[in-house]
Design a protein around this ligand. Structure first.
Ligand SMILES: Cc1cc2nc3c(=O)[nH]c(=O)nc-3n(C[C@H](O)[C@H](O)[C@H](O)COP(=O)(O)O)c2cc1C
Length: 216
C-alpha cells in the first residue's frame, strides 16, 4: 500500500515536470519577455543619420532581450496611463504587432510584456512577396483592430496608415541604434497572410517589417 502511494507520487511528479514540454509541443506556451532596457541606445542624431532600409539578413535568431527592447521601442507602454512610445490617432491604439519567427506566430501584449502564441507554425514566407522574408529571423506584421476604430471611412484608413508608420519608424530607429537590418513592407498578399494568421474579419493587415542581423 505504502509502495503504491509513493509510486503514485513519483508518477504525478513525472507528469507535472513534463507538462510544460507537452504544453509547448501543443503550441500553448506564451513567452514572458525580459523587462525592456530603456537606458541604452546611441545618440538620436547619429541614429537618424544611420536610419535606412536594408534587405539582407542573416538567419540568426534575435535574443529575447533584443526582441523585448525592439517591441517596446516600437509600441511599448511608456507612461503610467498606458500611453505608448508611438502616438495614435485619438489614442485609439488600434495597431497590434504580430511577430512571425521560425518557431511560431505571436502577438505582442504591451501591458504584460508577453508574446502570446497564436500558431506554432512558421508563417514568415507568407508575410511578404520578397524572398528574404522567409529567411530573416523576425517579421513584424502591423494589424489594425477595427473594433477599436470608427466606422469605415477614408479618415479611418489614413489614421491606420499613419499609426502604423510611426511605429515602423520607431522600429527603424531602434534598428539603426542596434546595428540591425530592417525594411518596412507594403508588398504583401494580404488575403493569403490574413488566412495564414487566422485573423478575424474585423482585422486589417496594414504593413509588415522585417528585422534581423545584417550579413557579416
Ligand atoms: C509604406 C511603405 C511601404 C514600403 N514597402 C516596401 C516593400 O514592400 N518592399 C521593400 O523592399 N521596401 C518597401 N518600403 C521601403 C522603401 O522602399 C524605402 O523606405 C525607400 O526606398 C527609401 O529608402 P530608405 O528607407 O533607405 O530611406 C516601403 C516603405 C514604406 C514607407
Amino acid at each position: 500500500m505504502k509502495m503504491r502511494s509513493s509510486l503514485r507520487k513519483h508518477f504525478a511528479c513525472l507528469v507535472l515536470s513534463f507538462f510544460p514540454m507537452m504544453a509547448l509541443a501543443q503550441g500553448l506556451a506564451d513567452i514572458q519577455l525580459p523587462p525592456p532596457q530603456m537606458d541604452g541606445g546611441r545618440p538620436l542624431m547619429q541614429v537618424l543619420k544611420d536610419r535606412k532600409s536594408t534587405r539582407e539578413f542573416r538567419p540568426d535568431k534575435l535574443p529575447m532581450q533584443t526582441l523585448s527592447n525592439l517591441l517596446w521601442a516600437g509600441f511599448g507602454i511608456n507612461r503610467p496611463d498606458g500611453r505608448r512610445t508611438a502616438p495614435s490617432a485619438s489614442n485609439k491604439q488600434e495597431i497590434d504587432i504580430y511577430v512571425a519567427t521560425a518557431d511560431a506566430l505571436y502577438v505582442y501584449d504591451a501591458k504584460t510584456n508577453r508574446l502570446h502564441v497564436l500558431l506554432r507554425e512558421d508563417v514568415r514566407v507568407k508575410t511578404g512577396t520578397q524572398p528574404f522574408v522567409g529567411e530573416a529571423p523576425v517579421n513584424l506584421i502591423y494589424v489594425a483592430d477595427l473594433a477599436k476604430t470608427g466606422t469605415d471611412s477614408e479618415e479611418r484608413d489614413m489614421d491606420m496608415g499613419a499609426d502604423t508608420g510611426v511605429i515602423a519608424e520607431n522600429v527603424y530607429l531602434f534598428c539603426a541604434s542596434e546595428g540591425l537590418s530592417t525594411v518596412v513592407r507594403g508588398s504583401i498578399d494580404r488575403v493569403t497572410l490574413s488566412k495564414a494568421m487566422t485573423l478575424r474579419a474585423n482585422q486589417r493587415i496594414v504593413l509588415a517589417q522585417t528585422v534581423g542581423y545584417p550579413p557579416r
